[in-house]
Design a protein around this ligand. Sequence first.
Ligand SMILES: [Zn+2]
Length: 142
Amino acid sequence: MNKFQINDVLLEEAISVAKQAMSHSYAPYSNFSMGAAVVTDKKLIIPGSLVENVSLGLAMCAERIALFSTVSQHAGTPKLLVLISKRTNGNITFPCGACLQVAMELGGPELEVLASDTKGNRDIELLSKLCSRLPHKVSQNG
Ligand SMILES: [Zn+2]
């Protein structure tokens, strides 16, 4: 089995890209900037920034923008999703359920999710651990 490994250099680069994407957030309503980056099996790093709208339901999370962009850029299969933002109620902020569902579709249960606060404190978890019971598509290999 071809096991993809994310090395430390790629990981740090992805965190740097996510941090920059966070600074590009359009968050005039919540002021809760969020930046994301997806690392794919092609070793490409795709950024995403939170984009809000005066019609609040039209906001889009940074993580989904990054994940969707991997499709539009034909960048490969997501292997790592990085999210950087302020903490939520004192805890490191992990992606919301909608983003996790999209990550499950495009990256599958082995996708790693790294969440970081703005001070660089990090937590990393397998997507399958974060949401073991989310519906996920049946593997084409069985
Ligand atoms: Zn989300």
